[in-house]
Design a protein around this ligand. Structure first.
Ligand code: CO8
Length: 258
């Protein structure tokens, strides 16, 4: 499928989705978010795809929601149209793992989009921020909630109230990103991580994604029970039997997603 604001390449069981609105530093307008969710649903439905990498350009992952488009809208427009509600819901329903590979600016909705992914690999040039306060709004795609869970209340308040940017080193120190790599190697490293995930059983990968995501929603007692029951239920999978048998036989497992 052709897209106007994205480039999608699929190889070695990984879908690489590149945001492609260079003229606006990949600002998220309605078309881009609609195309992005279509590309993600297509990757979810494509049986050859086992992991997804979402990236932008060297200068910007995404510099936020498109301010030019938003500037025209009234309260009734955004409230009754539930601005970006459908796109965010569709994004969050993707069950395959999504890695954000962030180079340059990830601001406002761009930072929120990166945080909607399962983990973030950052280039050493990455800059994260929630500068919505400078526009007279607050974050609207999860920033006040996800950034706070990722980096804690003090740093999240600082970011949202001052609108300052966080560099890659601070983002790694704070737990916002899982690793920092040289900018030139960003996509290569993200694809390598995705290839590693693609080798695993999709049954187990899907269970891991569900369990870790539940930790963001549930209290500890319910989360621990959820995890334990998932662990128990995986004993019904053939891949569990194969994984343990392969270990005992000192060989690589042959997973069949069953
Ligand atoms: N929207 C629209 N256009 C943008 C955006 C944006 N967010 N960011 C950059 N652009 C455009 C610029 O207007 C410029 O266009 P042109 O060349 O036609 O003038 C082009 O991209 C290049 O940008 P700059 O010339 O500004 O590049 P600089 O290198 O000087 O600066 C910055 C880069 C610092 C990233 C700067 O562009 C900037 O501050 N951008 C805005 C960042 C921002 O405020 N982001 C938050 C937006 S609000 C938001 O994301 C809310 C999300 C919640 C939505 C929830 C819905 C429920």
């Amino acid at each position: 499928m052709g897209y106007e604001t994205l480039k999608v390449e699929i190889s070695n069981h990984v879908a690489l989705i590149r945001l492609d609105r260079p003229e606006a530093l990949n600002a998220l307008n309605s078309m881009l978010l609609s195309e992005l969710t279509k590309a993600l649903v297509a990757a979810q439905d494509d049986k050859t795809v086992r992991c997804i990498v979402l990236t932008g350009s060297e200068k910007a992952f995404a510099a936020g929601a498109d301010i030019t488009e938003m500037a025209q809208k009234s309260f009734v427009d955004v409230f009754m149209g539930d601005l970006f509600g459908t796109e965010v819901d569709r994004f969050m329903r993707i069950r395959k793992p999504i890695i954000a590979a962030v180079s340059g600016y990830a601001l406002g909705g761009g930072c929120e989009l990166a945080m909607m992914c399962d983990f973030i690999i950052a280039a050493d040039t990455a800059k994260f921020g929630q500068p919505e306060i400078n526009l007279g709004v607050v974050a609207g795609m999860g920033g006040t909630q996800r950034l706070t869970r990722a980096v804690g209340k003090a740093k999240s308040m600082d970011m949202h109230l001052t609108g300052r940017f966080m560099d890659a080193a601070e983002a790694e120190r704070s737990g916002l990103v899982s690793r920092v790599v040289p900018a030139k190697k960003l996509v290569e490293e993200a694809l390598a991580a995705a290839a590693k995930i693609a080798e695993k059983s999709m049954v187990t990968v899907t269970a891991v994604k569900e369990a870790v995501n539940q930790s963001q929603e549930m209290g500890l007692r319910e989360g621990l029970l959820f995890e334990k029951r998932l662990f128990h239920s995986l004993f019904a999978s053939e891949d569990r039997a194969e994984g343990m048998k392969a270990f005992v036989e000192k060989r690589e497992p042959q997973f069949r997603d069953k």
